[in-house]
Each structure stands twice: as C-alpha cells, then as structure tokens.
Design a protein around this ligand. Sequence first.
Ligand SMILES: Nc1ncnc2c1ncn2[C@@H]1O[C@H](COP(=O)(O)OP(=O)(O)OP(=O)(O)O)[C@@H](O)[C@H]1O
Ligand SMILES: [Mg+2]
Length: 209
Amino acid sequence: MTLIIGLTGGIGCGKSSVSQFFSELGMAVIDTDVIAHSLTQSDGSAIPAIREYFGDHFITSASMLDRNKMRELVFNDDNARTMLEKILHPLILEEVHQLLKQTDSPYAILVVPLLFETEDYQQIVDRILVVDCDEQQQITRVMARSHLSEQQVKAIIATQTPRINRLQHADDIIVNNQDMDYLRMQVLHLHHEYMLLTQNHSNSSHECN
Ligand SMILES: Nc1ncnc2c1ncn2[C@@H]1O[C@H](COP(=O)(O)OP(=O)(O)OP(=O)(O)O)[C@@H](O)[C@H]1O
Ligand SMILES: [Mg+2]
C-alpha cells in the first residue's frame, strides 16, 4: 500500500503550489478539486445527475457545468450545496480509489481542501499535511488571483474550518509565509522525511500480510 499524505489548507494558502512541487519531484498527486473539475467538464460523469436535479440551465451548450451559475447558487443556498456535494462526492471518491490503486509512486499526495469536513478522506489518509499562512496573506493572494473582493474572500474563509483546528490536527505543517523558494525548500525537506516513512510503511504493510 502506498503511503497517503492528505494535503489540506485554507483557501489560497498554497495547496496547489505545494502539490506542484511534489509533482516535480516525481510523486503522485491526486487533487480532488481537479477530479471534481473533470467530472463536470463536457460530458463528464457528473453531468447527467446535475442536469436531472438542477435542470438544463445549469449545463452549457457544450454539455459542461455552468460554473459561475452553480457557484452563485450554492453560495446562497445550503440545500443546493448539499445536493451538489451528494452528486459529486461519491464520484470523486471512486476516482480517488482508482487512481490510488494504479499508482506506483512511493507515496501519494492527496489534495483535499475540505479534509476536516469529510470523514471518508480522513480514513483514507495515513498522515495530514497542512499548508498554512495568515489570513491577510490568504486575502492578498486570492484577490490577486481571482479578482474577488476582500469581503468575498473573508466570507469564504469564514465557511472553512478555523485555522487553529487545522493546525491542531496536522502531522506536518508547511508555513507558506515567505517566497516560493522557501516553500519549495520545505517541500523538499518533507519529501526526504516521507521517503524514510515510506520504507517503514511498506515494511509494516508486509508484516500485516
Ligand atoms: N509563497 C508565495 N509567494 C507568492 N505567491 C504565492 C505563494 N504561495 C502561493 N502564492 C500564490 O497565491 C495564489 C494561491 O496559491 P495556491 O493556488 O497554491 O493556493 P491554494 O491553497 O491551492 O488555493 P485554493 O484554495 O484557491 O485552491 C496563487 O496565485 C499562488 O501562485
Ligand atoms: Mg488550489
């Protein structure tokens, strides 16, 4: 069994950047956001259920999810959000299991933004890696990237697990409060640690068999 590292963190803290660095080191990265995106692409496997429940007007003429419309809906309507999650969650989980089964990477980085909100993923991962930065950095980075207002970013942060809870449950923490070189260096350091852990992990897996 591959050692599975669950990577999480608040919006804009640096999950995608960290996973990019692990990927450059040749490690498998499985990103639940990327999977969700592909399931709702043109004729993705979530499209029929979304069409059935939410109606044709949430599907574009190219048979993909109208992301802007859906984002607006679920932001204001908890029932709609729950329903969308009910449709997507099992499909994403199934894909994650498939990808994990296929990988021969020494360890795998499983990116789950809502790791602490989702029991299923907490059971899959062997270890939790949190990428952390302070709220002002989150706001600055997300505003620069997404053209959201400060209020909008704050509203999203308020819906997420509080920073302190994430940090309390972390096995490893990357502090992303400096430049990209500092971030890359921390990833490299963890990579060496995980390679050592991988050896113990595969030994203990053999003992179980
Ligand atoms: N140390 C850093 N220095 C400068 N810019 C950074 C740094 N870390 C991240 N960024 C930038 O901040 C933005 C958010 O980073 P990233 O996409 O990695 O975060 P994320 O946690 O994946 O965000 P999301 O929750 O929205 O998926 C990106 O534009 C990224 O390039
Ligand atoms: Mg990201």
